[in-house]
Design a protein around this ligand. Structure first.
Ligand code: AMP
Ligand code: MG
Length: 421
């Protein structure tokens, strides 16, 4: 057994492998995960959703020149009229990308467009709507402030200033920000390779005919979806038969070619003991019963250099355990600093039944009501095999371990799916 797990066990009074607290299971996993080391330099368009490997500092001032925030007239602030309307002589025009070359003197002005460089001598822009123009002369009244409507060089970012912090996931605004600095590449954490497969003699793939007792494999598709959204390098290893040889071969193969191996099914206690045997023979693997619903059995550990997650077989249990345990672990391994799912408070319009002693992740539909408040209601049937309600839901309603259910109108914690992945 891994030392960190041993340590975590000795520090955690409530450690019980037969009913492990959900938060503790997550912590035990996170404590064992190390971020991957490799870094690659990628063209910025290829970095979307990926994890930044190093801090980025601005190589330039943004904006690089002091420029106008409005279409109007650039003047010297010391010429601003104090108690009357004054005439200014129009001596030129400064366009965005085509600066006016010259120096503005007393009571002169330059026509200026938004984004155009402020002419030498000027520091203030009067909006075009606030002047009267008469061919080569404009009239400016009172009530203007010195340096108004001007964007100062370096106002957004100064040269050398921290722009993006290592560990952030690159989003569209970051792409814009980085390109505004004239940078074409970013140092990005190497892509994590994840191999996954389903286990079960009853599983058929799309295109096959269902025999008696057979079902179509859906776990590989939900896993495909969740892993793809994370931007990982994924390897779908198909359906593995419930035989010692097939399972062994799959684990050996998967751990050779990937950083992370995820299986679903076949690891519930009492069932197909060779899975447990095989895993114990191949690596350091823990079999936990987590005090949660859905998703009780969970297997986690190391096979050679690969981190292994054995998820339960039931389709909703797979998604819940993925969201609660695998997702934060993958994000940490990817080098992301942010691993926590977003949790919000919402008013629950449904009565929810629950047994104390386990954390429950019920499927909910959250929306904003007519008053602008966040409300949530239960999404259909909650059985751990029922994907339909998972598909209708857009969040988990998280009911804490000691709760014995809630009455309508109670405030609950919810985890929006979109914030999780
Ligand atoms: P297991 O953990 O293998 O005992 O599976 C628990 C339940 O989940 C059984 O009803 C399985 O038929 C079902 N199941 C297991 N794997 C899958 C899968 N890949 N797709 C759909 N259902 C599955
Ligand atoms: Mg099975």
């Amino acid at each position: 057994m891994n030392n960190k797990i041993k340590q975590a066990r000795s520090c955690a009074d409530d450690y019980d492998p037969n009913s492990l607290d959900c938060a503790l299971a997550k912590q035990l996993i996170l404590d064992q995960i190390e971020p991957i080391k490799g870094i690659e330099r990628l063209a910025i368009r290829s970095t979307l959703g990926r994890i930044l490997a190093e801090d980025i500092f601005s190589p330039i001032d943004v904006p690089s020149h002091t420029n106008s925030a409005m279409d109007g007239y650039a003047i010297r602030s010391q010429d601003l009229p104090i108690d009357s309307i004054n005439d200014f002589i129009l001596i030129g025009t400064s366009f965005a990308g085509r600066p006016w070359q010259g120096h503005v003197e007393k009571n002169e002005c330059v026509r200026i467009m938004t984004g155009a460089v402020m002419p030498a001598g000027t520091d203030t822009v009067i909006m075009q709507e606030h002047i009267e123009r008469d061919d080569k002369t404009i009239k400016i009244g009172i009530d203007h402030s010195a340096r108004q409507n001007v964007r100062q060089a370096g106002e957004d970012l100064k040269t050398g200033q921290l722009v993006l912090t290592a560990g952030c996931a690159i989003d569209p605004s970051d792409l814009g920000l980085i390109s505004s600095l004239g940078m074409g590449e970013l140092p990005i954490k190497r892509q994590l390779r994840v191999a996954f497969f389903s286990t079960g003699d009853e599983l058929r793939s799309i295109g096959e005919t269902l025999g008696e007792g057979d079902i179509y494999d859906s776990n590989r598709y939900t896993l495909f979806g969740m892993l793809t959204r994370l931007g990982l390098d994924i390897i779908d290893m198909g359906v593995i038969k419930d035989t010692r040889e097939a399972v062994r071969e799959a684990f050996v193969q998967a751990s050779k070619i990937s950083d992370v191996v995820i299986s679903s099914g076949g690891v519930s206690v009492g069932e197909a003991d060779y899975v447990k045997e095989t895993l114990e023979e191949l690596g350091q693997v823990n079999f936990w019963k987590v005090a949660m619903k859905p998703g009780r059995p969970l297997t986690f550990g190391q096979i050679d250099n690969a981190t292994f997650f054995g998820l339960p077989g039931n389709p909703v249990s797979v998604m819940v355990t993925f969201y609660q345990f695998v997702l934060p672990a993958l994000r940490k391994m990817m080098g992301a600093t942010h691993t926590k799912p977003l949790t919000l408070k919402a008013r629950c319009t449904s009565k929810l039944g629950k047994r104390p002693g386990r954390t429950e992740f019920q499927r909910g539909i959250m929306e904003t009501d007519d008053n602008g408040d966040l409300v949530v209601s239960i999404a259909g049937q909650q059985g751990s095999g029922i994907l339909r309600s998972m598909s209708e839901a857009n969040c988990f309603i998280v009911l804490e371990k000691k709760s014995s259910g809630i009455e309508p109108e109670s405030i609950v914690n919810i985890q929006p799916f979109s914030g999780l992945i």
